[in-house]
Design a protein around this ligand. Sequence first.
Ligand code: DAH
Length: 345
Amino acid sequence: MDVKKRIDELEEELEKELEKVKTQAELLNVKSRYLGKKAEISSFMKHMRDLPKEKRPAFGQAVNEGKERFASLIEKRQAFLKRRSIEKKLAKERVDVTLDAPDFRVGSRHIINQIVEEVEDLFIGMGYTIEEGPEIETDEMNFEKLNLPKDHPARDMQDSLYITEETLLRTHTSPVQVRTMLEYGGKKPVKMICPGKAYRRDDDDATHSHQFYQIEGLVVDESTTMADLKGTLLVLAKAMFGPERKIRLRPSYFPFTEPSAEVDVSCANCAGEGCNICKNTGYIEILGAGMVNDYVLAASGYDPEKYQGFAFGVGIERIAMLRYGIEDIRNFYTNDLRFLRQFKA
Ligand code: DAH
């Protein structure tokens, strides 16, 4: 038998069979048939003994080389199968980036908080501190120290929600003026704002809410004037309603300021010409302010002979309503996502 020729034949057969092999199991099967103990090529070695000595090395070498060639063919196929299975897997796991993404609901800051942060940034830039006070307040802080003694008729301006005889839900953020001055001990200048919630015993309607937000402002120093107040409020009005805005101060009354003023901003809708939003006056009332009443300074530990200051209080909902044409204050608190989403920053 011509072993070399037979090995070549077998190699050709093996190649053809391997082409058809699709799985690892099939491959193992082929491998055992061509290289296993019972494989034809393995039986050749038994014939070696029958050969004359000098022919044995060449014979052995031919068989071994044959085995190596078979093994390398099988290995190649194995590598090919492996590669193909990875490719198939990758094709199956491919991500289609053109598919529509699911509708993720991303939250956002409430419009009230957005405005608070805007105002905070503005005033921090002018050297103010941000102060806080309790929402459950004492009658003393909420009223008495602000020059509103128990029987004062101006208490009627703010219908209150009392918890006990002496405690109530604060009706405004003004008590934080007192708290801050007391904390400062009557010695150093005060420059603060306090954003926060306030409560009143109001029936809710389009323009009234039993809870609302205010920002209180207070500056106390040795030479603070009403001109400082006006300049500061003009900066605020421009920041809130646009750089063209003007403001106007009208005489008013608050127990905690003297003199007191009601502050109007020129109507952003008609630029002061007169329209139905400003009721043809060209101006819209936005806040209350004034020079801190001597009584309040003294009650909070500051010597009115030495110190003077200005204060203001502004409703945040009012700012938002004017800025965005919101007609019902209840929208801020009823958590209708269709409303809230309009203010995604
Ligand atoms: N506390 C007042 C209110 O809630 C608003 C206010 C007016 C605050 C004048 C002030 C001020 O600080 O000076 O109606």
